[in-house]
Design a protein around this ligand. Sequence first.
Ligand code: SAH
Ligand code: SF4
Length: 393
Amino acid sequence: MTNTAPITQDVLTIPRKLPDGPMNLVGLTRARLREVLIENGTPEKQAKMRVNQIWQWIYQWGVRDFAEMTNLSKAYRAELAEKFVVEIPEVVSRQISTDGTRKYLVRIAGGHEVEVVYIPETDRGTLCISSQVGCTLTCSFCHTGTQKLVRNLTAGEIIGQVMMARDDLDEWPEPGQSTADNGPRRLSNIVLMGMGEPLYNFDNVRDAMNIAMDGEGISLSRRRITLSTSGVVPEIAKTADEIGCMLAVSFHATTDEVRDKLVPINKRWNIAALLDALRAYPKLSNSERITFEYVMLKDVNDSDEDARQLVQLIKGIPAKINLIPFNEWPGSPYERSTKDRIKKFSDIVYNAGYASPVRTPRGEDIMAACGQLKSATERARKSRKAIEAEAGL
Ligand code: SAH
Ligand code: SF4
């Protein structure tokens, strides 16, 4: 079977409004929230103020019960409670690794499950969130890639993962206070590096990240949000324009021949096309550096020649190269490069003037490391043979 990277986005997002239930307000943009309030009887001249108040309760103080929104009249609170809910995905399980990494399995509408990982470090705490259940792409080294795309997450389900983690970390300020009053943040960074290709679910990812960045709510700076893409070239400029966050790219190879096998979307947008889009990104988004993610696969992409070629290719792009030792998963068709090999590769990149940190695998004991995420309930797994055939092995 040949591996055809999909060209268009599958729009499988379920509508926000469930057929018979009240509407969930989580994930609506400010503009949309205003519309739904007006549609449901809020006088137009009060709408802006009501949006601000409700927004602050939901995203600044983490309140889910309208009854607690005490700066709204009792009658208005009751009206809201009749028509709306403030709901986030339900936590099915939480595992804590010996290194402090937390992996959550959360359930979203339709009974699907996605994984969310919290990685504490000394100077920050990073939440790795998912944008899709499964993935349409089939990168041959990625566990998620062995799972078919089930559906896109809604904006509410994406920002809901952040809200869930803030619940678990007990990080909502008391009503009336701001996050800044709360001491250093435990959840200070977001990376869109969980399950799915965020740029194949652009609108929902954009809406969710704009909520995360909104100053009267979760209020994370755009520099603390990193979106990782496998290289959906036409969406890269849009990301700069409409989100403006930091960008990471799953580069992983230095020739089209190898990248075609590892990251099959390369057949649609090859290395040259990708580099053109990346070159334009920092200026468009006014962000400093692009992170090039490079998974270290033994004897596949880890030679000195690859390291030199990589440096050549990215010349002129403000960049950091993040080397990711391959994380194995059951049936994976590759092995991790040796420590020595990774060190030599990293040295070449470093000596060429680029930061080249090696990503320490976190939460390996709970299968929370990069590329290992895949919820246990989704059984649409391909056979090892199919994975190898697609990888051209
Ligand atoms: N779909 C997006 C984001 C999710 S993957 C993307 O591909 O960029 C986050 C990072 O983990 C990507 O760089 C991905 O290539 C890498 N990754 C996937 N599987 C891996 C594995 N088994 N070992 C190490 N890194 C892996
Ligand atoms: Fe999808 Fe990213 Fe995994 Fe590729 S690496 S299959 S794009 S989640």
